[in-house]
Design a protein around this ligand. Structure first.
Ligand SMILES: C[S@@+](CC[C@H](N)C(=O)[O-])C[C@H]1O[C@@H](n2cnc3c(N)ncnc32)[C@H](O)[C@@H]1O
Length: 204
């Protein structure tokens, strides 16, 4: 006898990779991202632990630059960012005119291969929006990071815009070694779906 096929578990419809990129490219009011105070402070506290004052630092998905500005205020001067949304980059220039950042406008997928190696690469709420068809970019990110910080939603977040993943297994599988992990909350300006992870390049 043939058993009926099990129904698929309820999964929200996922946008295609092109739809996801279009959503972020055209999001025309990114000004809400200026309110990243507590997560920016938390990021700066992690950076001080893991990156020297002269470290080269790259943010993937930097939006209006609030996180980078926290690093700038903490004394870091070798800053770069990748961002797909031109409006966010315009607001960054208007709001942080004193901050010097090398900007790569475009998607992570389009720009990652031309980037050099950095002492520290970090992402906050960005990898969770990278489509499954773009996961080839994760090894490219790992190759460019002497240290990597991911602050990403990892659970309870499946939506048409979010993909839930465990970044410890992804980046350890790519040869990095996790040296720090924290489940975050309001104290860091986020919620309990978020984990901060710090990875170091494994030289063994
Ligand atoms: C939820 S926001 C987080 C912004 C910033 N990291 C922060 O902590 O305030 C996600 C950011 O990633 C950018 N983004 C999403 N997908 C991207 C892609 N494929 N390439 C480059 N940037 C992307 C969006 O435009 C947006 O700025």
């Amino acid at each position: 006898m043939r058993w009926p096929k099990k129904p698929e578990p309820d999964q929200p419809a996922q946008k295609s990779r092109d739809e996801l990129q279009k959503h972020w490219r055209n999001s025309d009011d990114p000004s809400g991202y200026f309110q990243g105070g507590r997560r920016g402070e938390y990021l700066a506290s992690l950076a001080k632990q893991y990156a020297k004052p002269d470290a080269s630092i790259l943010e993937l998905g930097c939006n209006v630059g609030s996180n980078l500005y926290h690093l700038w205020k903490a004394g870091y001067r070798n800053l770069s960012g990748v961002e797909i949304n031109p409006q966010a980059l315009k607001l960054m220039k208007q709001n942080f005119p004193d901050m010097q950042v090398v900007i790569y406008e475009g998607s992570i997928e389009d720009r990652i291969k031309e980037l050099a190696e950095y002492d520290l690469v970090f992402t906050i709420a960005v990898l969770e929006h990278i489509h499954r068809d773009s996961e080839w970019a994760f090894p490219e990110i790992a190759k460019r990071a002497r240290m990597l910080i991911t602050i990403e939603g990892e659970k309870g977040i499946a939506s048409e815009l979010h993909i839930a993943r465990n970044y410890k297994s992804i980046f350890e599988g790519l040869g990095l070694q996790q040296v720090y992990e924290k489940n975050l909350g309001r104290e860091e300006g986020l919620n309990a779906n978020f984990y901060a992870r710090v990875f170091s390049r494994n030289r063994s």
